[in-house]
Design a protein. Sequence first.
Length: 319
Amino acid sequence: MIAISRVLSFFLAIVLSGCISINLPSVQPLAEKVVAGEGKAKILLVDISGIIKDEESANVLGLQGSPNLTARVREELDLASKDDAVKAVVLRINTPGGSVTTSDIISHEIESFKKKRKVPVVAELMDVAASGGYYIASSADRIIAHPTTVTGSIGVIAISVSASGLMEKIGITNQTIKSGPLKDIGSPLKTMTEEERRILQSVIDGMYDRFIDRVMTGRPDSFTLDELRKIADGRVYTASQARDLKLIDSIGYLDDAIDWAKQASGVKEARVVTYAQPRAYRNNIYSRAESAPSGINLINIDAGIPKSSGMEFMYIWLP
């Protein structure tokens, strides 16, 4: 082990000194890959998985990796909008949700694509399609859930803690200087006042109303506004419960979503395609959109938990 450590240290020293250069693969434009089917028509499979956020991913060395989620989805939809052979889109959604803004932007991009191309879009919900995941799914023309899907969690959350009691015990004093009494609203350095709580609750309520509007716009024939509000209390539902409540249209597998896309677009045969980095390995409809990291990023460890310098409003299920 000592010998191996010395060799690695020697090699690293040479690389850092500039004696040896390593050409790392750069991020390249997405390329089409066929993962199933045949024929001239195409069905685009778009993957929306993991925490919905717009942070750039990094590789094992902490260098720039793949584009953020919004950029990738926008690029995929732009490519599809220029290809007349794309007759339908399948959204493969597997996420507990994430950022309010990122969820809204992706939903907007899907709506814009539908207006531009006027092709059917179907959402297939996988393990979890909660909160922001369902927000995005409601932009589809049809929602199909896997038999074991957990979905719903319609609502907004902003996590806040107060460390004022701990600070007092260890002798730390909050000396924040501010221009107005509410400038540090939500700060963990002090206890939240009732006025501050009311203000933040009004923000949450506004974002919740936007969520409700999004679902009503996408599923106007499924329920009335009052009926939706009764079931949109933040709880999650199984696939069968969601179907009974008309949050989804049917229960089925990814193949069923592809079959529906074919029928809705009026084609009998179609190639299922994805857009991926040129070196990405895709061999079937369940292949991940982004390859898993080859090692632990020791420079920038990211566990997938939303990070923020302050309070963040989220469409997310955080049990």
